[in-house]
Design a binder for this molecule. Structure first.
Ligand code: KIV
Ligand code: ZN
Length: 390
């Protein structure tokens, strides 16, 4: 039986931290609505203590979010931040507070300049306080993947005893690699089940080594129940785990993972395009799932194979992610089969093999000049050629 994986989208918090990705209130509300259409389970709507604008945006999102979606926002382990989160999300149908505090030596010694015990106590006090305000509290052990395991575990144990209901294990600087991260999550999962099996185990990965999706999938196989992601992988530095990649990997390889999500995958492309439109940040053309070329086939051999049977070169259909029909971009490497297919789509059929050869030769001349030949180019070429022939 398939295990349900909870998806939290943090585009409006981790994604919005990216230079140039700032959105105004109306834009954030529009994006949150689209996340609801996509059917994400949880949204991290912002960091309310960071500015008045962020507070108001989180509050509006919380007030307008539907029944199906939980809303959270980020707090450092200090009372003022927790109060700001509480005030901004309290009107949501399902609010929960998210507290973050580092567990690696470099965080404890350099960022806080305190003893390990003192830092752990800050976390425990923060969770205890948050629990007086709300029944659900997520605790993130920042930089978990570079932390000494025993201290990491002691912290998790202490904050769970203090009332944390979700433990989120971040690979904050994208340092982990899949096998290692999977082992870490498996170890935490085993101990957590014995400590309190009602606590949800979550992961949050960054993409500094291009491994965020692989690490997240490895964590799922090791027992993680919840994943934190962003649309288009937007986020600090090289970004966060890309939601569309994890969701589609689970879908395409469901037999292997035995896991699924509630995401309406046909809304993926709309969500990605809306984000690009709102932030002005383009998606790299060859980005998996949401890149412009993700479903475009240009080599003649591939186009020929696809026209015989889509399964030859396609592991998922563009329609599944709302990307419209498969696009065969014609280039000088496209063969006669793809050319004839494009002609037929535009309503042209050659009268005989000789005419086809003439048209194909003209197409190759154009493709040499233009590199990519789109339907409208082909249409003008064919109508010109037809006129000259008459
Ligand atoms: O990367 C990180 O560690 C974070 C935490 C707030 C979860 O973004
Ligand atoms: Zn992060």
């Amino acid at each position: 039986m398939s295990r349900n994986i909870i998806v939290l989208d943090t585009t409006l918090r981790d994604g919005e931290q990216v230079p140039g990705a700032r959105m105004n209130l109306q834009q954030k509300l529009a994006f949150a609505k689209q996340l609801e259409r996509l059917q994400v389970d949880m949204i991290e709507a912002g960091f309310p203590a960071s500015s008045r604008g962020d507070f108001e945006a989180v509050q509006q999102i919380a007030r307008t979010a539907g029944q199906q979606m939980s809303i959270t926002a980020l707090a450092r382990a200090v009372k003022a931040d927790i109060d700001a989160v509480y005030e901004s999300i309290r009107d949501a149908h399902h609010p929960f507070i998210h507290i973050v505090l580092g567990t690696s030596n470099v965080h404890v010694e350099k960022k806080f300049n305190r003893s390990r015990d003192a830092v752990m106590q800050m976390g425990v006090d923060a969770v205890r306080y948050a629990r007086t305000l709300m029944p659900d509290v997520q605790y993130s052990t920042e930089d978990a993947s570079r932390s000494e395991f025993e201290y990491l575990w002691q912290t998790i144990e202490a904050v769970v005893r203090a009332g944390a209901t979700i433990i989120n294990v971040p690979d904050t600087v994208g340092y982990a690699e899949p096998e290692e991260f999977g082992h870490l999550i498996a170890k935490i999962n085993d101990r957590l089940k014995n400590l309190d099996d009602r606590v949800m185990l979550s992961v949050h990965c960054h993409n500094d080594l291009g491994l965020a999706t692989a690490n997240t999938l490895s964590a799922i196989r090791a027992g993680a129940q919840k994943v934190e992601c962003t649309i288009n992988g937007l986020g600090e530095r090289a970004g966060n785990t890309s939601l569309e990649e994890v969701v589609m990997a689970l879908k395409v390889r469901e037999e292997r993972y035995q896991c699924s999500t509630r995401i309406r995958t046909e809304e993926i492309m709309n969500t990605s395009r809306l984000l690009t439109h709102l932030t002005g940040l383009d998606v790299q053309v060859n980005k998996a799932i949401t890149g412009e070329n993700a479903f475009a086939h240009s080599s003649g051999i591939h186009q020929d194979g696809l026209l015989k049977d889509k399964n030859v070169y396609e592991i998922m259909s563009p329609e599944q992610v709302g990307a419209g029909e498969m696009e065969l971009v014609l280039t000088a490497r496209s063969g006669r089969h793809a050319f004839k297919n494009a002609m037929a789509r535009l309503g042209y059929t050659a009268n005989d093999p000789e005419q086809l050869e003439t048209w194909f030769a003209r197409f190759l001349e154009l493709a040499d000049r233009k590199k990519e030949v789109y339907d409208h180019d082909l249409f003008f070429l064919l109508s010109d050629t037809e006129e000259q022939e008459q």
